[in-house]
Design a protein around this ligand. Sequence first.
Ligand code: NAD
Length: 477
Amino acid sequence: MTDTSYDTRLGLLIDGEWITDRETQPVLDPATGATLAQVPLATAADLDRALDAADRAFKSWRAVAPQERAAVLSRTAALVRERADRLARLATLEEGKPLAEAKGEVMATAALLDFHAGEAVRIYGRVLPRPVGTRSLVLHQPVGPVAAFCAWNFPVMNPVRKLSPAIAAGCSVILKPSEETPGAAVEILRCFEDAGLPAGVAQLVFGVPDAVSRQLLASPVTRKLSFTGSVPVGKHLLKLAADTVMKTTMELGGHGPVLVFDDCDLDRTLDILVQHKFRNAGQVCVAPTRFHVQQGIYERFAQGFAERTRALKLGNGLEAGTQMGPMANPRRPEAIAGLVDDAVGAGARLLTGGTRAEGEGFFFAPTVLADVPLASHAMNEEPFGPVALIGAFATADDAIAEANRLPYGLGAYCFTENGRLQNRLGDEIEAGMVAINTVRLSWGDAPFGGVKDSGFGSEDGPEGIAAHCITKAVHIA
Ligand code: NAD
């Protein structure tokens, strides 16, 4: 019998106080559909209090020495590592991903905190050459209180990607993670608290998303919006942010093209792509989505992909040996079923999967479709699920045109041994991140973000800290 006990006390963290006695909404276990817990929802008065605390905390936190900000982040990283098993288990319970994936997410999260600890003391400005006795300085100062909203797909990493660069830069943050995965976020805030982060610097709220974002973004206290989620919600929030002309970082959806050329190392390419495609049941913004394969290896690629996919073990993420868990919520299998039916109706060949799995929970079988018409919905809308879409191309020009066809531009993948072509792909693909002969796009020290409808402003890397700073020129005569 799998132990599904959920031993975290959910609450809102406002001005250093944990609040639990509010109206609630249920948190579901995606592997069974059962209710795990109830998450409290903030009232308008709670949000006003959080804004007031964020304003006060910003004024004191920005004055704290960068070395002390770095020390808090390092201590948080150590606590995240110490509590890794508990954090990973919560992420699996709430979101469904296999435990080993959740553990990997926790370790990457600790590494990101360590990276930001290092960066906190490297927010360098410039001194410009001027006549003796005079100076011009360029300063990078924290932008102010941040309103941050993030999705459910990485319950541990997503909150930290918002909090860590803001705290390193000297900002305060009000974070609203997904109400569907609140426990991991609560435990992350406890790590920050136990590491000595002063009250009000990082606050946690849950609520009715639209009401929370409207109130926080309308306030003159909020100086930055940081959002991870879908393109339509991102566009809506950008419009709200325009009213107070605030700084923004938008990490929105993608439709990752994968260009596979005849000269690639086919077995290695298939091994890493199948594993990466079905990571987190395909619910990853940089998931490889449409696989464009050169004609010479097309059928071998499609059959090899399907064969490896059939071997994947679908199950409860808490159980040993599970390679793909359920989808995170009941909306996802519903959406994927619609996209698969539409593609098959338009002429796609179903090589494996295509159905919701039997029983309770939000499962959908890992699915491979070949010869998928470009006009089908799945080839144009972000599926955000365990479905691989395969189609053929003839020349490099055709492949690049296809990679650039959609309004998305987040992650793109290419597999070829031809060095000249690798350079061309890096130059010409319209994406924030291009991976060549690898699937790893997220490194902590490298900028992570998109172009076109996939958003703008990088998270991670020194760029992620710069996104939380204003630039000021000071001229002294
Ligand atoms: P959704 O757009 O309804 O929600 C995505 C996230 O945004 C949720 O966490 C939700 O709480 C939040 N949100 C929704 N409305 C909001 C508002 N008005 N103000 C503030 N936050 C708000 O979509 P969904 O059904 O939960 O997920 C499916 C879609 O989300 C996918 O198609 C995918 O594009 C996108 N998504 C993207 C990422 C990413 O990493 N870029 C992550 C998860 C989901």
